[in-house]
Design a binder for this molecule. Structure first.
Ligand code: ADP
Length: 348
């Protein structure tokens, strides 16, 4: 059997960074991978303050290499560096002119993450704050639909993109800038580079809050954002059933591993109040969000019922906090906004 750098890297591609769906090779951690006189020599550089992550990566790398090259002796060395000094990575940085950046995330798609992000942004704006909302999903133009805009943003004299203004918010979507046909070719490193540049090329200032509506899951875009933007914290959206909670747990682990505080969970589609019989139906079960929040030791920031008005307003261009500001659902979002403010250390 011949052992080459390529075959070693190939074997290491089976090892995922703990909490992420991305492998340690594409993550750029593997700096040395070569056959040596005694077997295989691997060197990695890791930026983490948690020694158990290095331990887990080492263990899994050794197992993967032993499985791929049975009987060969394997030596894996991991060099742990402080985040900012690692291999040219700048580390999380502030976005110019923006006070507090909050990511809204979910493990699973379709749980109402964009609905929560949009209404949270509007609810924060109602407290007098200047708020921006950025759709970080290259492939799903939710924000454009939710705010009923097809407008293409313009650039200012410094070639920075001017966000579109709707309902008092500054809106931007990564999807605004790419043609309908191009997202499919934006993969891997290109997505990373595009994401890194994008948020800093927008003329956001001055903003008190910027809400980032992340794509669902724990892929390249999410990873790039948590690594390159200084986030005050993340809000995780889930529905009450077990499949969604399991994925919410993975999203939470991603933030924990990158030292981003999870501000709390929002449980969406918690129940349905039937207009004809006035009864409450727990369509996706009950208590899931509360149990998961307790498990993760974070607050349950709020529960949002299934509401026809919420779907209609979201799908027709005016999120519920602006379309029906006095509704119970709008009030629930206002309460979530004040809890979020408290969690980031601001007066509610
Ligand atoms: P995600 O961002 O997680 O993919 P969306 O916010 O786009 O999810 O929501 C998916 C669909 O579900 C949208 O049509 C939205 O209007 C609808 N929706 C979200 N939350 C609710 C709710 N509580 N009641 C009724 N419809 C909802």
């Amino acid at each position: 059997m011949t052992i080459s750098e390529d075959s070693i890297r190939q074997a290491l591609k089976g090892v995922k960074y703990p909490g992420f769906s991305r492998d340690i090779v594409s993550f750029g951690l593997v700096k040395q991978a070569e056959p040596s006189a005694n077997g295989i020599q691997v060197g990695m550089v890791l930026t983490t303050s948690e020694p158990r992550i290095a331990g887990q990566i080492k263990e899994e790398s050794i197992a993967a290499l032993q499985a791929a090259f049975p009987g060969v002796s394997v030596d894996v060395k991991i060099d742990i560096q402080a985040p900012a000094q690692a291999a040219g990575l700048p580390g999380p940085a502030k976005i110019e002119g923006v006070g507090t950046v909050i990511a809204v995330a979910s493990g699973k798609g379709g749980v109402g993450k964009s609905t929560v992000a949009a209404n949270l942004a509007l609810a924060l704006a109602k407290t007098g704050a200047k708020v921006g909302l950025c759709d970080c999903d290259l492939y799903g133009p939710s924000i454009a639909i939710m705010f009923g805009t097809q407008e293409r943003p313009m650039a200012d004299e410094n070639d920075r993109i001017i966000p579109i203004e709707r309902e008092g918010l500054k809106l931007m979507s990564m999807g605004f800038l790419i043609d309908d046909t191009s997202p499919a070719v934006l993969r891997g490193p290109m997505v990373t580079r595009y994401t890194q540049q994008f948020l800093r090329q927008v003329a956001w200032e001055p903003l008190d809050f910027l809400i980032l509506d992340l794509p669902p899951g724990t892929g390249d875009i999410q990873l790039t954002i948590v690594q390159s933007v200084a986030l005050a914290g993340a809000v995780i959206v889930t529905t009450p059933q077990e499949v969604a909670l399991i994925d919410a747990r993975k999203a939470s682990a991603m933030f924990e591993k990158t030292n981003v505080p999870v501000l709390g969970l929002v449980e969406n589609m918690s129940w349905f109040l039937c207009p004809s019989d006035g009864k409450r139906y727990d369509i996706f079960g009950s208590g899931g969000g509360e149990r998961e929040a307790a498990r993760l030791k974070v607050p349950l920031l709020g529960q949002i019922p299934i509401e026809m008005a919420l779907r209609e307003s979201g799908d027709t261009g005016r999120p519920v906090v602006s379309a029906h500001p006095d509704s119970a659902v709008a009030k629930a979002f206002l309460e979530i906004a004040s809890k979020v403010k408290m969690r980031v250390g601001l007066p509610a």
